[in-house]
Design a protein around this ligand. Structure first.
Ligand code: 5GP
Length: 116
């Protein structure tokens, strides 16, 4: 069940502000409020999907393509030729805090190899 009051839903509705990086019809990318790297961007679909499973099961193909192509828009825009990391947290064990599907894009320095 999707929570319409979650913080990213409210950012999409422009109830609360964000520092936008880019968007298209299918995604919005904005700066994480509590960055964990010099560059920390959140990329969210514009549809109402609570997590990765929900998005991959229920989004239309065009939404999925438009969303994932958006990641490369951000990479191009920020000129991340030295690389970057993409992370998604899904559900309780994944440590997801905001129940609107999102990918974290981290960059701007050499990140540690640890994935946990
Ligand atoms: P999660 O743990 O769900 O994968 O990640 C949620 C992310 O949202 C965290 O990195 C957190 O810093 C970020 N965040 C939480 N509240 C806000 C907010 O109001 N605005 C922005 N831009 N980011 C937020």
């Amino acid at each position: 069940m999707y929570d319409d009051q979650n913080i990213f839903a409210r950012i999409l509705k422009q109830d609360i502000p964000c520092k936008k990086v880019s968007e298209n019809e299918y995604y919005l990318a904005f700066e994480d409020l509590y960055p964990k790297a010099p560059i920390h961007i959140l990329i969210i679909p514009k549809g109402r999907y609570s997590d990765a499973t929900d998005f991959h099961q229920n989004a239309a193909n065009e939404e999925i393509i438009g969303y994932y192509k958006g990641i490369n828009d951000v990479v191009d825009q920020l000129k991340l030729s030295d690389g970057y990391r993409l992370i998604t947290n899904c559900g309780y064990h994944g440590g997801q805090e905001v129940p609107h599907y999102h990918i974290h894009l981290l960059a701007g320095k050499k990140l540690h190899h640890s994935i946990v």
